[in-house]
Design a protein around this ligand. Structure first.
Ligand SMILES: Nc1ncnc2c1ncn2[C@@H]1O[C@H](COP(=O)(O)OP(=O)(O)O)[C@@H](O)[C@H]1O
Ligand code: SF4
Ligand SMILES: [Mg+2]
Length: 336
């Protein structure tokens, strides 16, 4: 980005506090990233790391028990604290989301045609006839067979893969600047996953959108985005260009995720490495490094305070106080 060029979306020091029955809990801390127009960013991490809650914060869709701090700017405009009426004008219009489970986004009581046309009428003010024409064209573009004839069908009359195509058409109806895809293929058959990811990639390139792709799968991230952040325990533990992170993983957690990924062609019977231990509850995070309980390199100082994000290359940051050890080829005890 040239000096002075403003990012499309800029998140800085994002925090999310949840008021739970056991008292307030800082579920998300120090999440910062910037997204330029037309750029793709991946968010990767195991289930429960805070990926979805972060995405919901960007859309102003957090539950009532959540309090957001820090800053989320879209084209320079602050979104934290924006009244819901103003958020409604942005959602589905300038920022859209594709959810993991298509039925989360689809209303079973309405025809699919109505659901794709509705944001067009609401945000662009076009006539019902024009919205229907555009909706059919969109459904055709996302690969739904015979969309004119099936315009008045209901969600349950489609397969899971077709339903996800319909939600993609809904999300793209108003040509948003930012598309957030939260595990868009996790609920689908493996044979369909590739097709849906390719469709999203084609549409993102065609419309020049910026995209945030959320996945627990490092392989999906490696193939689909230019830059990435790795989340753990509600914070960013590593960030950089996808090339930089994959060529030099600086955080013990990223290294563990990489070793744990399933490999094509692995010898039958090869044990899949996993990261020992479980993800901490976001409502009950330790004070220091959130990975401390699972990290082979932990020392007392790791538990004292949240480690700062240390730059190990241009734009490549790692939130660990022992990157020097973590980056040695075979850090003692760190190999699972
Ligand atoms: N409203 C809430 N109240 C309490 N805890 C919540 C709430 N929303 C999310 N969480 C916490 O966040 C965790 C899941 O975070 P999430 O962002 O969904 O993770 P991911 O998308 O990475 O799997 C849950 O395990 C829970 O601890
Ligand atoms: S700060 Fe310490 S516990 Fe955390 S990842 Fe680095 S070495 Fe492991
Ligand atoms: Mg999630």
């Amino acid at each position: 980005m040239s000096a002075g060029e403003q990012p499309l979306l800029e998140v800085s020091g994002l925090g999310i506090r949840l008021n739970t029955s056991r008292g307030p809990a800082q579920a998300v801390r120090e999440v910062s990233f910037a997204l330029r127009r037309g750029e793709t960013l991946g968010i990767v991490g195991e289930s429960g790391c805070g990926k979805s809650i972060t995405a919901l914060a960007l859309l102003g869709l957090l539950p009532d028990n959540a309090v957001v701090s820090g800053s989320i700017r879209l084209d320079g405009r602050e979104l934290v604290g924006l009244p819901d009426a103003d958020y409604c004008k942005l959602r589905g219009n300038r920022i859209s989301m594709i959810f993991q489970e298509p039925m989360t986004a689809l209303n079973p009581m309405h025809t699919i045609g109505h659901q794709v046309a509705e944001p067009l009428v609401r945000h662009t003010g076009c006539s019902a006839a024009e919205a229907k024409r555009q909706a059919i064209a969109l459904l055709d573009r996302v690969g739904l067979p015979d969309p004119a004839r099936r315009y008045d069908a209901y969600p349950h009359q489609f397969s899971g893969g077709q339903r996800q195509r319909i939600t993609i058409a809904m999300a793209l109806a108003c040509k948003p600047d930012v598309l957030i895809a939260d595990e868009p293929t996790t609920a689908l058959d493996v044979t369909i996953q590739r097709q849906i990811l390719d469709l999203i990639a084609d549409l993102v390139a065609e419309q020049g959108m910026a995209m945030i792709l959320i996945s627990h799968d490092l392989g999906v991230i490696a193939e689909n985005v230019q830059r990435m952040i790795v989340m753990y325990g509600g914070t960013v533990v590593e960030s950089g260009t996808t090339d930089a992170v994959f060529s030099r993983m600086g955080h013990p957690y990223t290294q563990g995720l990489f070793r744990a990924r399933p490999r094509l062609g692995a010898r039958k019977g090869t044990r899949l490495s996993t990261i020992a231990g479980t993800v901490p509850e976001l409502a009950d995070l330790p004070a220091g490094c959130p990975f401390a309980d699972r990290c082979a390199l932990v020392i007392d100082a790791c538990r004292a305070a949240l480690p700062p994000l240390i730059e190990i290359g241009t734009g490549h940051g790692v939130r660990c106080i022992r990157t020097d050890v973590a980056l040695t080829p075979d850090p003692a005890g760190a190999v699972a």
